[in-house]
Design a protein around this ligand. Structure first.
Ligand code: AMP
Length: 379
């Protein structure tokens, strides 16, 4: 029998952004206490947690003390150092486990693992020198995309290469870094599937969700994605396969490109709830954050059933533009929900919150959420 961590226990989360905040809200609704550790204070998660600990992830004494005070440790970002999870694991289970983090922290390791598991990925080559890069660009042609293997998110650490001469110039910014060169995929759509696996091996999923990006940052997500039954089934099948190979306990998002031939290619794994899944809070019986709580605590997973088509639009700091957005305008719209993350400083590109709209069709939901966001910018 898997060990149950019952409501009333204390859960630990590493990282203190909006994902931790929504996890903590779901945990508290289920009667848990939440401790959060990160290098900051007055954070989105800390504001709703029972205890906010300010410490560096490298302070292993602080990590050990944190882990001693909780029944399980989870995280809201994938770049948690391996030494941190190892220190925590001496006192409390870390879910998903260190193996999942190890694979997903490095794009080369991640894509190599997927390829070896027979899962279709964007064609890639390792790049460690200017010569590797030139060979790679000749192999894939242009454009191709150079990414650092470590620490990349929201398009950070990646450059599109348009020519061989370009490659030589671009390499100067990457010297000494382990990189990956990817073929450019002229995709028809970007999709994600969010999976959840319990301690007993049970599995549920959301999606596929259709995602569009602006400046490499997720802009709008819509579920259902409006893809064929065959593509939807295959995306879930691939997700399930990844979960069982990695023995994930918790939530993990698989990001896909759907190419012009209706073939799915995995772009990336995120071993935590995902921005594209925020709409599950308002559109589904059980949201991705409650599933994170249930799975890491050994509870039965909840129903992922979607009761209405939904769309989510991110609210970036750019919307503030000197004065707060017009909240009244957006909140006056029926079937629109506002979520704000408690961040004081609205910097450009910073995720400050999101809107979710529900409607009778995915298309209407997408239109409605854009109307609501536009209303926020009105005076
Ligand atoms: P990533 O950080 O890998 O998720 O990339 C951020 C965004 O850049 C993706 O969501 C895509 O829109 C785009 N992108 C990344 N890799 C590729 C690729 N190989 N081909 C085409 N577009 C890409």
């Amino acid at each position: 029998m898997p060990q149950l961590i019952p409501p009333g226990s204390t859960l630990g989360v590493l990282g203190s952004g909006q994902l931790g905040r929504m996890f903590a809200i779901a945990a508290r609704r289920l009667g848990y206490r939440v401790h959060v550790l990160s290098p900051d204070d007055d954070t989105p998660t800390g504001q709703v947690a029972d205890l906010e600990i300010r410490a560096s992830y490298d302070d292993l004494d602080a990590i050990a003390a944190f882990a001693r005070g909780v029944s399980v440790v989870t995280f809201e970002f994938e770049n948690v150092p391996a030494a941190t999870t190892a220190a925590a694991e001496k006192f409390a289970p870390v879910r998903p486990g260190g193996n999942v983090l190890h694979v997903s922290q490095n794009r080369l390791r991640e894509k190599t693992f997927l390829k070896e598991a027979g899962i279709p990925v964007t064609p890639f080559l390792p790049v460690r020198s200017a010569a590797d890069l030139a060979d790679g660009v000749l192999h894939f042609g242009v454009p191709s995309i150079l990414k650092t293997a470590d620490w990349g998110y929201d398009g950070k650490g990646q450059v599109r290469i348009e020519s061989l001469e370009d490659a030589a110039k671009v390499w100067r910014q990457f010297v000494g870094k382990e990189c990956i060169l990817e073929q450019f995929v002229g995709f028809a759509a970007e999709l994600s599937v969010i999976g959840v696996r319990g301690l007993d091996g049970s599995f549920v999923s959301y999606g596929p969700i259709r995602n569009s990006h602006a400046n490499h940052i997720l802009d709008v997500s819509v579920m259902p994605a409006g893809v064929s039954e065959k593509v939807a089934r295959r995306a879930v099948e691939i997700t399930r396969e990844i979960f069982s190979r990695l023995e994930v306990v918790g939530v993990l998002c698989v990001e896909f490109f759907l190419d012009k031939n209706d073939e799915l290619l995995v772009n990336e794994l995120a071993p935590r709830p995902h921005n594209s899944g925020h709409l599950t809070i308002d559109a589904c019986t059980t949201c991705q954050f409650e599933q994170q709580v249930r799975s890491v605590c050994g509870l039965p997973l909840g129903s992922p059933r979607q009761h209405r088509p939904g769309a989510m639009a991110n609210l970036l700091g750019d919307l503030w533009n000197g004065s707060p957005p017009n909240w009244q305008q957006a909140l006056a719209l029926a079937d629109v929900k506002l979520h704000l993350y408690g961040k004081a400083e609205p910097r450009p590109g910073r995720k400050m919150g999101h809107l979710t709209a529900l409607a009778d069709t995915p298309h209407e939901a997408a239109e409605r959420v854009i109307v609501a966001r536009t209303a926020l910018a009105s005076s």
